[in-house]
Design a protein around this ligand. Structure first.
Ligand SMILES: [Zn+2]
Length: 159
């Protein structure tokens, strides 16, 4: 009998790789973010990346920052975590206690969305806005609402 493979990737790495695959779909020239929501039985509930709403052509809208809100991408883009929640077609009850894997620590708006759907844990890779006011608000939201968050190392497992 052959031995089973033991050198398999962890669940953390698996779901983060799905999030990374999602971020590869992002049209944003500066920041690509992917999110993958998995439940306690290691099932993927949903996936999302940062992009414009479905009905909006991502060729017609600005992809840069601007002082004019009408020309600023931030006015139009839906974040990866929000899209992952909104893309889900099942009952939001399934999100209770689930883990979101996200390639960038959530902004404070997404932090609130994640609380409202009952996410239990946030696992993230990058934290490039660490120390900013937005970042501190997200942390405060998570801390106040009992949501765990932890950073994992960039993936190094064999290909
Ligand atoms: Zn966000």
């Amino acid at each position: 009998m052959p031995e089973k493979r033991r050198d398999v990737i962890s669940w953390d790495e698996f779901f983060m790789r799905v999030a990374i695959a999602a971020q590869l779909r992002s049209k944003d020239p500066n920041t690509q973010v992917g999110a993958c929501i998995a439940d306690g039985d290691h099932r993927i509930l949903s996936v999302g990346y940062n992009g414009t709403p479905h009905a909006i052509s991502d060729d017609e809208f600005p992809w840069g920052a601007s002082d004019d809100p009408l020309q600023d991408k931030h006015s139009y883009v839906v974040h990866a975590e929000a899209n992952a929640v909104l893309n889900y077609r099942g009952s939001l009850r399934d999100m209770r206690g689930a883990t979101v894997y996200v390639t960038l620590f959530p902004c404070h708006e997404c932090a609130k969305f994640l609380v409202q759907v009952g996410i239990g844990e946030v696992v993230y890779l990058d934290d490039k806005y660490r120390g900013t006011t937005d970042n501190l608000i997200s942390q405060r939201v998570f801390d106040s609402c009992g949501i765990r968050y932890r950073q994992i190392e960039p993936l190094t497992h064999v290909q």
